[in-house]
Design a protein around this ligand. Structure first.
Ligand SMILES: NC(=O)c1ccc[n+]([C@@H]2O[C@H](COP(=O)([O-])OP(=O)(O)OC[C@H]3O[C@@H](n4cnc5c(N)ncnc54)[C@H](OP(=O)(O)O)[C@@H]3O)[C@@H](O)[C@H]2O)c1
Length: 280
């Protein structure tokens, strides 16, 4: 990595290296991003249980964080600030949830929003005073292309990713005077094995079951055939390296076509295209 905020472009290693935080650094996109950043940063990677990290990435220290638990978020922020002021915060950890809108349990929606939205906001708010005082930093929210292109049977996930994008893009203007860049990175379908960890809520004998299963089969296939986590990590590193980062980055699922197209065609056409790509 050629540049880190605040080090003037020079590569610094060891105890003096700048500090980066990557949440959800034990698998998929988070692990690939932690590995990429570890060449230039001291990286704190988070996991719900550091004891389960059997194959640590060199240069990454693992700290406990359960985004579903406000006490864990407070402790994690305290632990990070004990080790230094982060220059880079990658809010990546997340839960993937599916289910027909009508059948999503309220407690599942609440947990999803705590993990995918409020938890990231809470952690970032706790780190910001020190980052603001330092007068530099980069914050990246890992959203999803589904946050921009809603898909049926993913309403809670779509809404959580649209929400985190909203937080990022609004906070961006507030933090600019302090030289803190805020960006959202929206991956498309990525082959991380996330499908196996997806939470699903559907009445198997209910009115949506057949169509839901069809959509999920296609969604899982799209993810299996998706781009690599390493490719997404390269996208996430772009706002870290940029002199001034763009608000929005995306990769995978023909992002380079989908976003320009969405500015040209009616919204319903885009929604139909997304649905058809998922056998709906
Ligand atoms: N894969 C895709 O196709 C895709 C597409 C678009 C967006 N994304 C987004 O990209 C991000 C990473 O996805 P991924 O595919 O790399 O997922 P993944 O392989 O399942 O990794 C998720 C990470 O989040 C951590 N995590 C899960 N629940 C957590 C919680 N309650 N509190 C704190 N950490 C938690 C896990 O760590 P521990 O289990 O060690 O705690 C793990 O390191 C997510 O935000 C996801 O929504 C993924």
């Amino acid at each position: 990595m050629s540049w880190a905020p605040g080090n003037g472009g020079s590569r610094v290693t060891g105890a003096k290296a700048p500090l980066a935080v990557v949440s959800g650094a034990t698998s998929g996109i988070g692990a690939a991003t932690a590995r990429a950043l570890a060449t230039s940063f001291r990286v704190i990677g988070t996991t719900r249980d550091p004891a389960t990290v059997t194959d640590p990435i060199p240069g990454v220290d693992y700290v406990a964080l359960d985004l579903g638990d406000p006490v864990s978020i407070r402790r994690c922020a305290e632990e990070i600030l004990c080790r230094g002021v982060p220059e880079v915060v990658i809010n990546n950890a997340g839960e993937s949830q599916s289910g027909p809108f009508e059948e999503l349990p309220r407690d599942a929606i609440e947990r999803l929003f705590q993990v995918n939205v409020i938890g990231h906001v809470d952690l970032t708010q706790r780190l910001l005073p020190a980052m603001r005082q330092a007068g530099r930093g980069r914050i990246v929210m890992v959203g999803s292309m589904l946050g921009s292109f809603p898909l049926a049977y993913r309403s809670s996930y779509v809404a959580s990713k649209a929400a985190i994008k909203g937080f990022a893009l609004a906070a961006r203007r507030e933090l600019k005077p302090f030289n803190i860049g805020v960006s959202v990175v929206e991956p498309g379908a990525i082959a991380t094995g996330l499908s196996a960890r997806r939470t699903k809520y559907v009445d198997k004998r209910g009115p949506y079951a057949r169509e839901f299963d069809r959509m999920l089969t296609k969604l899982d296939a799209n993810e299996r055939n998706g781009i690599s986590a390493e490719r997404v990590a390269r996208e996430i590193v772009k706002p870290v390296q940029a002199k001034w980062p763009k608000p929005h980055y995306a990769c995978g699922s023909l992002a380079g076509v989908a976003f320009p197209l969405s500015r040209l065609v009616p919204l319903q056409v885009m929604l139909d295209v997304i649905a058809r790509k998922h056998d709906l």
